[in-house]
Design a binder for this molecule. Sequence first.
Ligand code: 4AD
Ligand code: MG
Length: 468
Amino acid sequence: MKKDDCERLSVAQARNANAVGKKVLLKGWVRTRRDSKGGFSFVELNDGSSMGNIQIIAPNTLSNYESVITKLNTGCSIWATGTIKESPGQGQATEMEAEEIGLYGDAPSTYPLQKKQHSLEFLRSIAHLRPRTNTFGAVERIRNRVSFSIHQYFQELGFYYVHTPLITASDCEGAGQMFRVSTLDPDNPPRTEEGKIDYTQDFFGKPSYLTVSGQLEGETYACGLGKIYTFGPTFRAENSNTTRHLAEFWMIEPEAAFYELEDNMVLAEGLLKRIFADVLKYCPEDMAFFNKMMDKTIIETLQHIIESDFVRLTYTEAIDILIASKQKFEYKVEWGVDLQSEHERYLTEEHFKKPVILYNYPRTIKPFYMKVNDDGKTVRAMDVLVPKIGEIIGGSEREWDLSILEQRMDEQKMDKTHYWWYEDLRRFGSVPHSGFGLGFERVILFITGIANIRDVIPFPRTPGLCEF
Ligand code: 4AD
Ligand code: MG
């Protein structure tokens, strides 16, 4: 039978017991090869469709046995035809008895991924080859599954997927951490009479940036279609060189009209539980790998989270708990301060030992768009905190009273003229509404037990790093 007449299976399909007896074609990359004295060569093949490899048994009667097969190196790409057999070996249901094997691309011994354990730091330096490792194959399959589950969750609840712009003139979070988008010549920009850079001559006729959040534009669609979500890249020029911050990361932002803070909390808790349940259900092999290699408690932790309720706690109650804990924190705790990751982690890791939804934060530490409570001191913000990561979700009910919104913008010294369209939502048919942002890479960190956020995104962008 010729190669092209055989049914092409993925390695994952060929590893399934129901493939036994079929004559098939496989294609992939050689992970290892060893020759046995009995006149066979054993080739471990992987094609990314699963964590596990399939073993291909090549007898020395194959015509190219000496010239090709005994020279197959780790990393080279091949095709193989043969019959899938039940495997007598441990830990694998099937193997292939090869009839023909052909080489696509050789990989000389300089291939950096020779069979041994490589550190995640080393793999980061070869981010273009790391998709061929167990760890990054698994990370990507988890990212793929979680993306799909997020879309399913919102679609089943009747949310529309809206595409908000990546280039914007407004700073949603008001933190001034935006990357400028400009076509002006940096060596010779046009100047105004006062000597400042003249952005009226720039591409958009005014200063423009990469977005930090799709929320403001998302609100306009929620106030028309009812329930929407975005799922796209966001950019932050914050110089935080931590294991939880990226300059480019993906964010999921639902926004719903007529949702109050309580509805927002239910939506957020349901989303995380759905994601965790789905990875356990659909990615058992990858999850077993992470549970073994990264953190031996993750499967148990995810199961526990799915089965129990999140804690709901006001900011004020959290401050009381932190002060009463008598812990030696690096940053002092008192009412009014922004919580640091050490505080968030104490609450969720030590005190409650499960996810916590913290709400009603002081107005002074939160962005202008959050709804002010009747006490005048706090806003209807909510952050979802999880062990080891801290904040995974940030959201709020939105201020829908125009005069209070304007007061908040003045308070934060914002230029209201940029937000005339955002204010219009409050001028015409204003409604209570709420939403939140889930950091996609923070979820993947949590699920995989990987310690550094640079290792859960294909090509990390962080201060000083824009390779690949
Ligand atoms: O809390 P943040 O800043 O909230 C917003 O941007 C709101 N506009 C969202 C909304 O209400 N629609 O960011 C939301 C989440 C954080 O909880 C965190 O998980 C993640 O985004 N995040 C980051 N992830 C990786 N690297 C960074 N630099 C991040 N900054 C925020
Ligand atoms: Mg936040």
